[in-house]
Design a protein. Structure first.
Length: 151
C-alpha cells in the first residue's frame, strides 16, 4: 500500500513539474473559488507609483500557491520585508499575487538608549491607492491589497 501511495505521489509531482507556473496558479484559483480583484494594469500602476514615495514601504506577500502559515506577519515595525523591485516582488508574476500587506512606515534605529524614530508615509500611500482606484482594507495601520479573494 505504501509503495502505491509513493508511486502516486511521484506521478503527481511529475505532472506538476510539467505544468507552467501560470497553470498551477489558475488551478489553485479554480480549486479555491477565488475571484480576481486586481489586474496587471493596476499592479503596474501601484508599482510605478511606489517609486514616487520617499521610501518603498515594507510589505509581506501571499502567493496563490503558497501556504499562508509560511507568510511573515507584521508583528512589529520592520525596516523592509521585501523590495519593490523586479527581483524582490517578482513583478511580472502579478497573476500569482493573492494579497500583499503593506505598512507604510518603518522604524529607524537611533541607538540603544533612544527610542527608534517612526517614519510614516500613510497619507501618501493611501493617496496612491485612491488615485488608481486600488481596492484595499486597512487594519491597525496595515493595508491589504487583494489580487484574489474567496467568493
Amino acid at each position: 500500500m505504501t509503495s502505491v501511495k509513493n508511486g502516486l505521489k511521484q506521478e503527481i509531482m511529475m505532472e506538476r513539474k510539467k505544468k507552467s507556473r501560470k497553470e498551477l496558479v489558475l488551478e489553485q484559483i479554480e480549486e479555491r473559488g477565488l475571484v480576481s480583484y486586481m489586474n496587471t494594469t493596476k499592479w503596474k500602476e501601484l508599482q510605478n507609483a511606489i517609486d514616487d514615495l520617499p521610501f518603498p514601504p515594507p510589505y509581506v506577500l501571499k502567493d496563490v500557491c503558497k501556504d499562508e502559515a509560511n507568510v511573515p506577519k507584521f508583528d512589529e515595525d520592520v525596516s523592509y520585508w521585501g523590495l519593490w523591485s523586479d527581483e524582490g516582488l517578482c513583478w511580472g508574476h502579478y497573476f500569482a499575487i493573492e494579497w500583499i500587506k503593506v505598512r507604510p512606515r518603518y522604524t529607524r534605529h537611533r541607538g540603544q538608549l533612544v527610542e527608534p524614530e517612526i517614519i510614516e508615509i500613510t497619507d501618501e500611500f493611501v493617496e496612491i491607492l485612491k488615485k488608481y482606484n486600488i481596492p484595499y482594507e486597512e487594519e491597525n495601520g496595515v493595508y491589504t491589497i487583494y489580487g484574489y479573494r474567496g467568493a
